[in-house]
Design a protein around this ligand. Structure first.
Ligand SMILES: CC/C=C\C/C=C\C/C=C\C/C=C/C(=O)SCCNC(=O)CCNC(=O)[C@H](O)C(C)(C)COP(=O)(O)OP(=O)(O)OC[C@H]1O[C@@H](n2cnc3c(N)ncnc32)[C@H](O)[C@@H]1OP(=O)(O)O
Ligand code: FAD
Length: 666
């Protein structure tokens, strides 16, 4: 029977102070009581699977052992999931995502299968292709990944070099990787796990290039798992994080696949080699849009994980005296600590709220595309790019801030903060590099600005540009609504400045492309300001919407959090607001006080707020962040698992140290 330990007294007191119902907030964050119950039930089942408990912490395993252990555990997880889903409805994707962390400490080598392989078949395949591949993929009779990036090209996908040349005689495509730079590089699970992949390649028919298209390719024998003839595949080696993601490389040499393996929901190649264009060639990029939307939710969760660890630790940790002769204080009582941590909680809420509406917008576009309507696609692309970029970047900063807030112990692998940082920071690069995505949004913003100048009606997310052009800047008030308007003014001002900078360079004789490059620092700043305005506006709206359906005590706390988020970013960007809005120095002074008041208001609820994220100890995997707060005991228990502590004297003493010391004595 597992030993039940006493909860740390500080945490007991913190939980008694909480002014709202923690469970009510958990249900709200999960999207309903049923979702929470389903999640807890599944996590509880996993908790009791003995084979999922690691005897040796993963960190002490070799690269190879770590991978093999991850595959072993992912297979068990999949089986448990299948059994669970046989009895009831399919688990919600976010619940599966969370449960994964209870099993694999780092990233699962199967992640890309459900994350991109299956969605690409759904998003890019015809009904016939879906009927052929989906049942096998969903049952995991075939396991796949998404192989787009190459050694030479990740961002500029029109420059991909893998070729798919149509042979009308055999009705096949011949895949080739002409140069070393054409090798696929990065796809998760590709190294040694998957037997299929979506390969994105340049289509050639009769010597003519038709751009990049997705192909479904079997790369390994289903029985022996050996690479098929014409396939060169392997693992790319250790990275900053993602230790168990099994990222791989892949090259093709005259590798033939049937015509039906080109995913043809959009463009098609007919038997005789006729190319039929799709409604919009950018629909080929559809899976990336979906994943970018999901990254906003991932960022919310990663921020919640780090906040939970750091807030609980800050409640347990005592260090220094505020006043002489008084006991050492809980570090959470230092205002600077609250400044580091409470924004982490609020940021997670901001991203969750943003994901809620962004995902709805995504579903609407998918539904419209089904009816051949694509009016909202450019706006969704622009939103998903800048919100992916900003949420992943902010999450990276917040996780690092939480690590710093844990002092030296935050640097321990057993705090789990280094691993969380490893996968959080990776998201800034994957699925579209940060700057590149901000520039995609900037492209949309420049067009929107032009339309605003022409008096056209704009899409809702940029409608503020028209308001800004029409009205004088409104009188400043330190209310959340007016501050959000202020963020919109900053965004509008920066968009205008970037636009004018481009025009200036063009007038001076530059090509538009060169002018764009010369203005690109301003362009990314405009895009960032637009993201912040969208985040604050959406977070505020969602909070107002939900506040009417929750208890008054919870509504109050949610209101404190959204205000904290908005005031924090006002103070962080005060310089911009002074330039582009009517805020004055005195308003900023008032907001500084307001910020301190908000920290004080949130203080009694800090532990309750992170408890409400309801992240189990198995998922957190942190000596510093466990629910019971046994920080020091756990640190010592984990240290004792070090193989170096298994013997009183290590052999290196006899081999090297002893002779070395002896020599030194002479
Ligand atoms: C534990 C961790 C938890 C979970 C995660 C675990 C594992 C998951 C990890 C990793 C998975 C990672 C997977 C990947 O990274 S897959 C590879 C992703 N690659 C990219 O994102 C590449 C980025 N590059 C691009 O998307 C394009 O090359 C780019 C958009 C930058 C440019 O494309 P292109 O050159 O073709 O277009 P432009 O000339 O710039 O624009 C033309 C036009 O098209 C519009 N556009 C562009 N993209 C889209 C789109 N997706 N949808 C709709 N429209 C699009 C663009 O706005 C332009 O419009 P206009 O201005 O009107 O001309
Ligand atoms: C952990 C991880 C997992 C991944 N998983 C997958 C996967 O499963 N499948 C897959 O296909 N790929 C995957 N990738 C690849 C990933 O999608 C690419 O690394 C990413 O899109 C960035 O492309 P790049 O590496 O070519 O960067 P580059 O484009 O070479 O970026 C280098 C620098 O150049 C700048 N730059 C590039 N173009 C421009 C421009 N137009 N304007 C201004 N600046 C520019 C960038 O801002 C950046 O600073 C993964 C990557 C990582 C790190």
């Amino acid at each position: 029977m597992a030993t039940v330990h006493k909860i740390n007294e500080d945490l007991v007191k913190e939980r008694q102070k909480c002014t709202f119902n923690v469970q009510e907030l958990t249900y709200l964050l999960d999207g309903g009581e049923e979702v929470t119950k389903e999640r807890r039930e599944f996590e509880n089942i996993l908790r009791n699977v003995k084979e999922l408990q690691d005897e040796v912490p993963e960190v002490y395993l070799s690269h190879k052992e770590r991978y093999e252990n991850a595959v072993r555990k992912t297979c068990i997880l999949q089986n448990v999931r299948n059994d669970f889903e046989k009895k009831r409805e399919v688990l919600s994707p976010r619940n599966i995502f969370r449960a994964g962390y209870a099993v694999i400490k780092d990233v699962s080598p199967f992640f890309l299968h459900n994350g991109m392989f299956v969605p690409t078949i759904i998003g890019q395949g015809t009904p016939e292709q879906q009927a052929e591949w989906l049942p096998k993929a969903k049952a995991m009779a075939i396991i796949g990944t998404y192989a787009q990036t190459e050694l030479g090209h990740g961002t500029f996908i029109r420059g991909l070099e893998t070729t798919a040349t149509y042979d009308a005689k055999t009705e096949e495509f011949i895949l080739n990787s002409p140069k070393v730079t054409s090798y696929k590089w990065w796809p998760g699970g590709l190294g040694t796990t998957v037997n299929h992949c979506i390969t994105v390649a340049q289509l050639y028919i009769n010597g003519k290039k038709y751009g990049i298209h997705p192909f479904i390719v079997q790369i390994r024998d289903l029985e022996t798992h050996k690479p098929l003839p014409g396939i060169k595949v392997g693992e790319i080696g250790p990275k900053m994080g993602f230790a168990t993601a099994n990222n791989g490389f892949l090259g093709f040499q005259n590798f033939r696949i049937p015509r039906k393996n080109m995913l043809m929901k959009n463009a098609q190649v007919l038997k005789d080699g006729t190319f039929v264009k799709g409604m919009n060639e950018k629909l080929t990029y559809g899976t990336m849009v979906m994943v970018r939307v999901n990254i906003v939710s991932d960022s919310a969760f990663h921020t919640a994980m780090a906040a939970t660890i750091a807030v609980r630790y800050a409640a347990v940790r005592h260090q220094s005296q505020l006043k002489a002769k008084e006991p050492e204080v809980q570090i959470i009582d230092y205002l600077t600590q609250q400044h580091k941590l409470f924004i982490a909680i609020a940021t997670s809420h901001a991203f969750s709220n943003t994901y809620t509406w962004l995902y709805q917008a995504y579903l609407k576009v998918v539904e419209d595309l089904g009816k051949q309507k694509q009016d909202h696609l450019p706006e969704l692309h622009a939103l998903s790019c800048c919100l992916k970029a900003t949420s992943s970047r902010d999450a990276g900063v917040i996780v690092e801030q939480c690590r710093l807030a844990c002092g030296g112990h935050g640097y321990m692998a057993s705090s789990n903060l280094p691993i969380i940082y490893g996968y959080t920071t990776a998201a800034i690069t994957y699925e579209g590099e940060h700057t590149v995505l901000l520039l995609q949004t900037a492209r949309y913003l420049m067009k929107a600005w032009m339309s605003a100048l022409e008096g056209k009606v704009l899409a809702p997310s940029v409608a503020y540009l028209v308001d800004w052009l029409k009205s004088d800047k409104q009188r400043w008030q330190n209310t959340p609504e007016v501050i959000v308007k202020g963020f919109q003014h900053v965004a509008a001002g920066k968009i205008k400045d970037a636009f004018d900078a481009i025009q200036k360079h063009v007038k001076a004789g530059k090509d538009y492309e060169d002018a764009w490059n010369l203005a690109s620092v301003q362009l990314i700043k405009a895009s960032e300001a637009h993201s912040r305005a969208i985040l604050c506006d959406g977070y505020l709206r969602e909070t107002v919407r939900t506040s009417s359906s929750v208890s008054p005590s919870l509504a109050k706390v949610l209101n404190h959090l959204v205000q904290l988020y908005i005031v924090y970013w006002t103070l962080e960007t005060a310089g911009d607001l002074l330039v582009y809005s009517n805020i004055g120095k005195d308003d900023i002074a008032v907001l500084k006080e307001k910020y301190e008041e908000l920290l004080a208001l949130i203080r009694p609820n800090a532990v309750g707020l992170v408890d409400a994220f309801d992240i189990s100890d198995e998922i957190l995997q942190s000596t510093l962040g466990s629910y019971d707060g046994r920080v020091y005991e756990r640190l010592m228990e984990e240290a004792m698992k070090s193989p170096l502590n298994k013997e009183p004297v290590n052999q290196s003493f006899h081999k090297y140290l002893k002779p070395f010391i002896k020599k030194a004595k002479l």
